[in-house]
Design a protein around this ligand. Sequence first.
Ligand code: DAH
Length: 363
Amino acid sequence: MTDITALERDLSERIAASGDDAALEAVRVAALGKKGQVSELLKSLGGMSPDERKMQGPAINGLRDRVTTAIAEKKQALADADLQRRLETERVDVTLPAVPFPFDPGAGRIHPVSQVTDELIAIFADMGFGVAEGPDIERDDYNFTKLNIPPEHPARQMHDTFYLNGNAGDGARAVLRTHTSPVQIRTMLTQKPPIRIIVPGRTYRSDSDQTHTPMFHQVEGLVIDETTHMGHLKWTLEEFCKAFFEVPQVKMRFRASHFPFTEPSAEVDIQCDRSGDTVKFGEGNDWLEILGCGMVHPKVIANCGLDPEKYQGFAFGCGIDRLAMLKYGLPDLRAFFDSDLRWLKHYGFSVLEQPSLAMGLTR
Ligand code: DAH
């Protein structure tokens, strides 16, 4: 007759000594498996006399229950310890300072969109532009109506707008802004000219393929004063392109176009060479469209409570993601927003090198 007390003591010790799931499983099989010690005891009940069974039954069943519980508890304790160990070893301390050297392959990198945004800000700040911002959830009238895009205007369909439930203040319909242009309105409504701003930020359209994502980035430019004209616009964009693509000369082509909020309007192409693997700027026979621009429409100026007889100026709007793709040879826009750390490590930028005109935009 097996000594139940001795068997229980032995099993308890073996359970306690199990250092991992495999060891614990071995104890379980040895005790409760088909041929386990406890299972054999349970089987022996069948061959006992009724009196014997009355005594041994509760004892053996009790043993089985206690061993089962002990194993389950140990399993949970092992899982808890494992989680604790992982939490400790895999913890990321976001307050640690960045280590410049030696290069840490585990360190975070600056996303190309952030890098290009910083480059744009550095270039335009040098030309005296301030940075303005507006909300991603925008009023329908700022996104469209005040920009001379009335209800039913075909441009509204072209924008593939995400409309939101609820309103954005005094009954205005709320939309995810489809461009950064509504910040022109916000700025002219609250500031007196002279105005000289750029607006980098997120924009949204219901559109998705290799070159479109539902969320993307634009930078808007706006200059309003009493004398600014098309010549200033052209010079500004040329200086910007030379600085951005880091080439001594760029050829640009201003094609007449149409935007409801500018008159006249133009689309701008820059000269490039696409014969090799990468696009080269400042040479070649190809043209790439990079932005839309024009003189701010007098109606837009008047919609913001300014006198269009007195004030005039230019605006432009440009896709930041596209600029990043062109400058850094990134093939697929969708990868920008996959949050794949391997992509970021390959295409990202050092956290310690702020783009500046004096030190160079990229090193
Ligand atoms: N908002 C336009 C778009 O998203 C781009 C644009 C064109 C902005 C011309 C401007 C401009 O400020 O003058 O398609």
